[in-house]
Design a protein around this ligand. Structure first.
Ligand code: IMP
Ligand code: MG
Length: 172
């Protein structure tokens, strides 16, 4: 039986989100901010961030396929849903659930840059550092962990557990 070890409670998450949204609201004051959520994992996180921002914001999503029901990172990344909003003149904040090896976010930064926004920054719910292979700059991280496999609050293992309101470390 897989075991779910609690990592972040609802209260922890609320605290992290309001601190993060405050920082983003200050940093992007007077600019044209667009948050681009990486489906599916980031949808809950993004929904909470935007409701805590005090500045105007656009929202869009993109989707990449990776992991395919395993806990090991695939270096083969495929864009399965493109950005639809126009990014010209806008400051993009990519919202990811987890940055692990860094391959996915490196690919996404290149893709977003090809759409000619004013700037591209990265915001992640969890910055998981132990297996990092790419030296990408993470501008905002709600939580930093050495390792683990996290589920809940939008994060899945084989499409399960996204609905849990807290974050757990899944021990298989
Ligand atoms: P990377 O390319 O190795 O950085 O992988 C990042 C992607 O793998 C994230 O967008 C997640 O969807 C997925 N991922 C990595 N670690 C976890 C985890 O602990 N739980 C759930 N998904 C994960
Ligand atoms: Mg993801």
């Amino acid at each position: 039986m897989p075991e779910l070890v609690p990592v972040l409670s609802k209260e922890d998450i609320n605290r992290m989100i309001s601190a993060l949204a405050k920082e983003i609201s200050t940093d992007y004051e007077g600019r044209k901010l667009i948050l681009i959520g990486v489906l599916k994992g980031a949808f809950v996180f993004l929904a909470d961030i935007i409701r805590n921002l005090t500045i105007p914001v656009e929202v869009d999503f993109l989707r990449v396929s990776s992991y395919e029901s395993s806990t090991s990172s695939s270096e083969k990344i495929k864009l399965t849903k493109k950005v639809e909003n126009d990014l010209l003149g806008k400051d993009v904040l990519i919202v990811e659930d987890i940055i692990d090896t860094g391959f996915t976010i490196e690919y996404l930064i290149q893709y977003i840059k090809s759409l000619n926004p004013c700037s591209v920054s990265v915001c992640t719910l969890i910055d998981k550092v132990e297996r990092r292979r790419k030296g990408v700059k993470i501008n905002y991280a709600a939580y930093t962990a050495q390792k683990g496999f996290f589920v809940g609050y939008g994060l899945d293992y084989a499409e399960n557990y996204r609905n849990l309101p807290e974050i757990y470390d899944l021990k298989l």
